[in-house]
Ligand binder design. Structure first.
Ligand SMILES: [Cu+2]
Length: 260
């Protein structure tokens, strides 16, 4: 191949790099909460649901419990042996379901002529690199614990830029039922892909989900096919970026809950 063709092939191979980044989720070893007692959970980042793969940079992550609609941030600890971030919360009120949240404020991620690099487009260009694309991935995960029939806390709206808001109370779900969910993108009804899967469905392969559907006018229906810890996910790519920093903002969101 001529140098020019090699250069074109290189650019093409970089452009088709999978856009599927690590997904941010929350997992706890037990779903039993006790009032006033520490409850331990983890923030996970992985390509497989829900097998931890990477410890995110602590300074870019926030996690904790929702009280009165607000995130009470917990102290985060990198758990290097288990490839996740540990945190604990102390639920004060177990009369309804309890929501834990993890948020990742992504850094600008650039595909350059020297491979993938984090940093603002203008800074990398100032170092003499050719930047082919610059993307920011912001991720939101909410996990619902201590669900109970007649509760309303599970449907709290937190105002995340991309947010899945259950319509169906997870406490009412069993295999065979539909989980109905409202999805908002910057407060407006989201239309787009929705994936769902449950813990243990596929352990061997990345980016594999048990169910796919599309939300229309902000509503999706997910068929629950097994008991266990479920995750329902939406994604929006290609939102406007910030000039000089990143070209596109990409949002990823999960809602997680247990089906008994
Ligand atoms: Cu990834």
């Amino acid at each position: 191949m001529s140098k020019r063709i090699i250069a074109i092939a290189l650019v093409l191979s970089l452009l088709v790099l999978p856009a599927s980044a690590h997904e941010l989720t929350i997992k706890a070893s037990s779903n039993e909460m006790k009032e006033g007692q520490a409850f331990h959970a983890t923030v996970q980042s992985a390509h497989k649901f829900i097998i931890p793969e990477e410890v995110e940079i602590l300074s870019r992550v926030k996690a904790g419990i929702i009280e009165d609609g607000k995130l009470i941030e917990s102290e985060l600890k990198a758990n290097d042996p288990e490839l996740c971030i540990d945190f604990s919360v102390t639920p004060k009120d177990l009369s309804g379901s309890v929501m834990l949240v993890a948020i990742k404020d992504g850094e600008s991620w650039c595909v350059t002529n020297e491979g993938g690099k984090s940093g603002a487009r203008k800074d990398l260009e100032a170092q003499g690199l050719k930047v082919l694309s610059a993307n920011k991935y912001d991720k939101y995960a909410k996990a619902i614990f201590n669900t109970s029939k007649g509760d309303k806390n599970f449907s709290q709206v937190l105002g995340h830029p991309l947010e899945l808001i259950p319509i169906t109370n997870p406490a009412d779900l069993k295999a065979g039922d539909y989980f109905d969910v409202k999805i908002l993108l910057n407060g407006q009804p989201y239309t787009g892909p929705v994936w769902a899967t449950y813990d243990g469905f596929v352990k061997e392969y990345e980016n594999s989900y048990a169910y796919y559907t599309e939300a229309e006018n902000g509503i999706a229906h997910v068929k629950i096919t097994a008991p266990g810890w479920w995750g329902v996910r939406a994604a929006q790519s290609g939102l406007p970026g910030v000039q000089g920093d990143y070209d596109n903002l990409n949002l990823r969101a999960f809602v997680l809950f247990e089906v008994k």
